[in-house]
Ligand binder design. Structure first.
Ligand code: SF4
Length: 303
């Protein structure tokens, strides 16, 4: 069964993908618009993932775009086989909610996106050629949440009532579920300048490069898991920010493979703004290597 829950054409074309995606998501999330068949498929996928997070430990053992790239020293410690610690035992519920919200978002976008666009979700990606081939330390494959393309089989012009004609034909989208505080922060983050504590930008830069879409930019779309009636918060990442981050990641990987310690790289880049991530200045810190990093200072001013 399928329902026609498409987002109605706007009076004026959307000037960018972020605003377009935000409205598609809101429209598709409505009970009256979501396609029940698509919702059922994605809820099934979520159920499998949810079962996994409660029955299997999920500590990262190898470097992948979503782990170990936020800071050059993280990459270095990961390659040296430094213990990244254990996830809290009760993290399962947070991951479970994340999986469910991802899959519901996929169903919403697939239901509400108008004709003229093709949506792919959980797209498998082979990592770029420059990515190290050492399978013991580096994952060789990954996946991206969503890739939307202009459907070239459909009549030219169908997409035009929705999106300005100067907008790219392809958009890479990474959904992130966030607590209320992070969601607010995400809305104001200057991507490419502000601290990227969880390596969202690094992850997206590697995938955008692997998929050959780094010149079109990409979107990090925040979902507020503390307040589910809040709209999606899509933030467009400019190609220049993705490319600069990609260059940084390549250098970090090169140094790590050469066993060259970059020192407290994230702290050097962001100063006190990095304390949230690095666990300095009385902050708890989220970096899995914060203890070993603190025990091996290369700069006294971070003590
Ligand atoms: S504590 Fe900060 S500087 Fe040290 S490895 Fe972690 S993110 Fe990098």
């Amino acid at each position: 069964m399928s329902v026609n829950g498409f987002l109605p054409p706007p009076e004026k074309a959307y000037p960018d993908w972020s605003r377009f995606l935000k409205d598609i998501w809101m429209h598709g999330m409505a009970v009256s618009n979501i396609d029940p068949e698509k919702a059922a498929n994605h809820i099934d996928s979520a159920a499998n993932s949810i079962l996994e997070v409660f029955t299997r430990r999920n500590e990262a053992k190898t470097i992948r775009p979503s782990f170990g790239l936020a800071c050059a020293r993280q990459t270095y410690y990961s390659v040296q086989g430094e213990d990244s610690g254990k996830m809290p035992d009760h993290i399962g519920s947070t991951f479970a909610v994340g999986h469910l919200l991802h899959e519901l978002s996929y169903a919403a976008v697939e239901s509400a996106i108008p004709p003229g666009f093709l949506v792919e979700t959980e797209v498998p990606v082979n990592l770029p050629k420059w990515w190290p081939s050492d399978t013991g330390k580096f994952n060789q494959r990954g996946h991206v949440d969503m890739l939307i393309k202009h459907d070239t089989h459909m009549e030219a012009g169908l997409r035009l009532p929705y999106l300005d004609s100067d907008q790219p034909h392809t958009m890479l989208i990474d959904f992130k579920t966030m607590g209320g505080f992070s969601y607010k922060k995400h809305g104001k983050t200057v991507w490419g300048e502000d601290p990227d504590a969880f390596g969202y930008l690094a992850q997206l830069a590697v995938y955008a490069d692997a998929l050959g879409v780094i010149d079109t930019g990409a979107i990090i779309a925040g979902i507020n898991r503390d307040s589910l009636t809040q709209p999606l918060s899509p933030r467009f990442i400019e190609p220049a920010a993705l490319k600069a981050e990609l260059d940084r990641v390549k250098i970090a990987i090169e140094m790590a493979v050469e066993a060259s310690d970059p020192g407290e790289e994230f702290l050097v880049r962001h100063g006190k703004d990095a304390y949230f991530q690095c666990g300095r200045g009385g902050r708890p810190g989220y970096c899995p290597f914060k203890e070993v990093c603190k025990d091996n200072p290369t700069r006294e001013d971070f003590e």
